[in-house]
Design a protein around this ligand. Sequence first.
Ligand SMILES: Cc1ncc(COP(=O)(O)O)c(C=O)c1O
Length: 407
Amino acid sequence: MTFDWQKIKAEFPIFNSQPELVFLDNASTTQKPLTVLDAERNFYLEANANVHRGVYEIAEKADQIYESVRSKVAAWIGAEAEEIVFVKNATEGANLLAAGMSEILKKGNSVVVTELEHHANYIPWQQAAKKAGAEFRVIGIDKESGDNGVGGDGSGNLDLNNLEEKIDAKCKVVAITMMSNVTGAQPDLTRIIARAKAVGAIVVLDAAQAAVHLKLEVKKLEADAIFFTGHKLYGPMGTGILYMKKNLAEKISPLLFGGGMVKELPDQWLNIPHKFEAGTPNVAGLAGLGAAIDFLSGIDRVAALEHEKNLVKLARKGLTEIVGVKLLGDEASSIISFTMEGIHPHDIASILAGEKVCIRAGHHCAKPLMNSLGLTACARVSFALYNSEQDVEKLIAAVKKARSIFK
Ligand SMILES: Cc1ncc(COP(=O)(O)O)c(C=O)c1O
């Protein structure tokens, strides 16, 4: 099936004003379609009032927008509206969960994460374990026999040989990414979740990278909590979603205290999800997030992913032909990370920036993974549905230029 990327790209104003822009840093944040920008602007033009407080017409309109986005997100991922908590990003979602769980965890319990995690799904759990006196365990990546330095099957995926020992009866939380932001690896969730459930641990999924590419079906996944961020979904910055199963949400204390979450003082909070939403929320941003979900619902996401995978294949082929390039991960994702002999990744990114090709270089907030791979940094190219073969051609030409400068 052909995917009409040109028609879709035309919906993104930044590419109309900067047609030369080759944006390949989509794992970091995506560009926004006009409908998202309009929804944010229209909130301020037509309904700007605080939520849950006013009785006048525009306040009621603001409330209606706020709660309708909650219902929209819930329907999009197959959850109940009360299971959806608005947070400012994925990081806040992880912190809310980990801080809440740190009061439930006990000495002698353990918390399990993986080496693939972004710091947002690593450090909060490390801190929670420390606070509770629980053990912090890390499932490592499979480093055996891979020719690209990231694993036996070449995907940069996890070593699950000792899964039963890592996730044993002491384990109360398994927090794991659905998709690595460095290698694009997708852990075997079915196996890991089944093991976590067998020992009675709660399962937390970081969907920050996955949400835009995969269809999230929270009930099928059998996770207790999932978080993701709006700005990687073609939505606004400052918006994020934390899904929690009702029984977990009811057990956990709020992270923030203040207005909009009190039933009675002391210590009686409103029902879920409102007990987690102290303070004035980003209603305009959430209106934009609602529009982003409409945008995603209006396209053929399977065809979009296929389009991105074709570009990944093409880019991997082109990069492999350049002397000294070493690719990380496999073809199954929209992310390509790589190193290049004799050039620091930051130099690659700077030379590409000079050619209007935007990529990311660094440790990608995934130091445990970088340490395990023996790297301090790598360059990362990440695709979205508005990218094209022309973008790949410009990328390859720019990397060749970098090669010719650093011979
Ligand atoms: C896998 C993963 N988790 C969490 C995050 C954190 O997202 P945010 O900065 O929006 O909180 C990112 C961002 O890059 C990510 O890639």
